[in-house]
Design a protein around this ligand. Sequence first.
Ligand code: TYD
Length: 209
Amino acid sequence: MTGLFITLEGGDGSGKSTQAKLLTDWLEEQGHTVLRSREPGGTDLGVEIREIVLHHRGDIAPRAEALLYAADRAHHISTKVRPALERGDIVVQDRYLDSSVAYQGAGRVLGGDEVRELSLWAAEGLLPDVTILLDLDETAARSRLNAANKRFDRLEAEKGEFHAKVRASFLDLAAAEPERFIVVDATAKPEVIAAEIRERVAPLLADRA
Ligand code: TYD
């Protein structure tokens, strides 16, 4: 049996981590074995790459940034995600290649197609079975981040215009692959969003039974 690969995507402050946790808890309650992970930083090596890419004090050239995310991804997919999927487990992952297409491709203007190719090369072609996009406009996202009162990382510190491009790119990706994406309004209450996600994921579990 092969596993099920679920990714969560969205801008900073869209509530992905909360939803990843709620979805994982629900899947585990139903007896599934779940690997909950994230990019960047889903492995020991990835934690070091994450520190560089999010907190390096100087500039990072856009292509170098894309390669750092791709390096994190290559190691994470090869050492953690593929083995879990091969065991037949469910992987719930906070961010994956769509984040690279949106942030490096659209935000840094490297071009979405090239960045997607780079990510697919890094991950040996692995695509998610389903991707949940938590859609939130950048003004709402910014006020959530401000309310959280934590120091912004390199990407969060980017201007509103950058985050608007990222959001538009995510929505374009979802429109281009409607069979893979579930788009959810991230302004709703967490429990309402979680229920919507469960309803959309349940048929995929039935297919596996
Ligand atoms: P994330 O872990 O979601 O941030 P936080 O823990 O602060 O909620 O992601 C870190 C940042 O990395 C986020 O701003 C998006 C960015 N990112 C990219 O630019 N490209 C990528 O490929 C990935 C995976 C993340």
